[in-house]
Every structure is written in structure tokens, then in C-alpha cells.
Design a protein around this ligand. Structure first.
Ligand code: NAP
Length: 239
């Protein structure tokens, strides 16, 4: 299926992986519609994308805000959901109900709220691509939260693939990706992490956002795969 002429909504499309997905679909002749919390992120993303791209702010905890986004920018052919925050390393002693709820808010509950509003609006032949991560299959110590949300996204992908068929519902599971997600770390710590990952994975380097964006594009363009989690991790889960 060609993306040319299609409309692709990307929640979290103003930075990192989502912005790379927006650029990739625009290169293929689609109109990306990028949405996230902050107006400044939306404006800088629109400045980086080709003319014709659309953008909006959205509050994923507010159904009315999501409905307004849909009303202003529908119709859509494809949805990619890449909104999320950095993996939080939380040892069991600090794993309170509040910490868990906060972490699930954007990646899991936000995805469900967006699907509730957007899935009925997707045109025939459309698709949904969610975001998981290799933490589900290869957690380290202290990764219970990150691993759980990724595992939950994998399960959600399969369940909605059944419930929403003939829409296709898939997910992309990245390993560590060089993106603004890690900008709260000091440059030194961040580079040390990238170097450590590059040394540990079979492909010998950290993923770039463009590498991962190709998997979202594939999930939209292919026509017979659903309920699939596409791992793009340089072989992390094998190492
Ligand atoms: N980078 C990695 O190594 C990696 C690895 C595995 C999985 N992932 C997952 O992949 C997804 C994308 O990561 P990334 O690297 O592209 O991160 P990023 O560059 O920080 O981008 C995250 C995007 O999500 C938006 N966002 C964050 N919280 C939001 C909220 N509450 N409501 C609406 N939008 C929100 C941000 O914009 P605003 O700030 O304007 O809201 C931004 O556009 C995340 O779910 C991340 O956990 C990333």
C-alpha cells in the first residue's frame, strides 16, 4: 500500500522517533499530523517538516482535548503513537502505586484514550502502530516499570488487532535509540550509555531515530500483518 496522499496522525510526533516517522511519511507523499503536549515542540517540529504538515497540542489525560484534535484534523488513514517519557529505573522499595500510575499515564492510558477516539475515524485499509520496547523481553535490575509498560503494550497490540480488525494494529519495540528522550542525562552519562550499548549489541551501534522510523512505515505500508511487535534493537535481545 502506498502512503502517497494518505493522512498520518502521529501522537508524540514532535520529537525523536515520532518526528522521524513524520519525516519518513512526508517523504513518501503523506501528510503527517504531529501532536504532543507543548506548543513549542509542535512549532519546532512543523519548522523541520515539509510544507503541508499539520500540528496540534493535545492533553492525553483529557478526552475533550483528544476529541478536539480529531475534529480539527480528521480524516486519518494511519495512527502512530510514540508519546512517552524516559524509562525510569525504580527499585522495588520505591515502586509505589503512585509511581506506577504516573508511568503508565502517557504510554498506556494515553494510547487507549487516543485509540478510543481515533480508531473509529480511520479510513478503510488503515493501521495503528503503537510503541513498545525491548525492556519487555530483556529487563535489567530496576526495570520492572519499563518492562511492565512494554509488556502491556505488546498485549494491547495483540488484543486490539483482534478487536479492531480489519484495521491492522502493530507495535514497534526499539532498543536504545539516540533521541531527545535522553536529554535529561548529562552529555557525559548519555555518551557513556550509548557507547556501552554499542559495545553490547550485535550490530555494534545505537539506533538512530531514522532506523526505527522505517519500522513504523513498514507497519503502515504492509497489508497483511496484524498483532505483530516489530523489534528494532540491533540484536539487543540476543546479546
Ligand atoms: N529513545 C529510546 O531509546 C527508546 C527506547 C525504547 C522505547 N522508546 C519509547 O519510544 C517512544 C518515543 O521515544 P523518543 O525517543 O522519540 O522520545 P522523545 O524524543 O522524548 O519524544 C517523545 C514525544 O512524546 C511527546 N510526549 C511526551 N509526553 C507526552 C504527553 N503526556 N502527552 C503528549 N505528548 C507527550 C513529546 O512532546 P512534548 O514534550 O511536547 O509533549 C515528544 O514529542 C517513547 O514511548 C519511548 O519511551 C524510546
Amino acid at each position: 500500500m502506498t502512503l502517497s496522499g494518505s493522512r498520518v496522525l502521529i501522537i508524540g510526533g514532535t520529537s525523536g522517533i515520532g518526528l522521524a516517522v513524520a519525516s519518513a511519511v512526508a517523504e513518501r507523499g503523506a501528510t503527517p499530523i504531529v501532536a504532543s503536549r507543548r506548543r513549542t515542540s509542535v512549532d519546532s517540529a512543523l519548522a523541520a517538516l515539509p510544507a503541508g504538515a499539520e500540528g496540534a497540542t493535545v492533553d492525553l489525560t483529557d478526552d475533550a482535548s483528544i476529541a478536539a484534535l480529531v475534529q480539527q484534523h480528521a480524516p486519518f488513514d494511519h495512527l502512530a503513537y510514540t508519546a512517552g517519557e524516559p524509562l525510569e529505573l525504580v527499585p522495588l522499595a520505591d515502586l509505589t502505586a503512585d509511581t506506577v500510575r504516573t508511568f503508565f499515564e502517557t504510554r498506556f492510558l494515553g494510547a487507549i484514550a487516543v485509540l478510543r477516539a481515533v480508531a473509529p475515524q480511520l479510513r478503510a485499509g488503515g493501521s495503528i502502530t503503537l510503541t513498545s520496547g525491548t525492556a519487555a523481553d530483556r529487563p535489567g535490575a530496576g526495570w520492572a516499570l519499563g518492562a511492565s509498560v512494554c509488556g502491556a503494550m505488546n498485549a494491547l497490540t495483540r488484543a486490539f488487532a483482534v478487536e479492531l480488525a480489519p484495521l491492522r494494529v502493530n507495535a514497534v519495540a526499539p532498543g536504545v535509540v539516540r533521541s531527545p528522550l535522553w536529554s535529561s542525562m548529562s552529555e557525559q552519562d548519555r555518551n557513556a550509555m550509548y557507547e556501552w550499548v554499542a559495545g553490547a549489541v550485535p550490530l555494534g551501534r545505537v539506533a538512530e531515530v531514522e532506523d526505527v522510523a522505517l519500522a513504523y512505515v513498514y507497519a503502515m505500508e504492509q497489508v497483511h500483518g496484524t498483532g505483530v511487535v516489530i523489534t528494532v534493537d540491533g540484536g539487543t535481545v540476543l546479546a
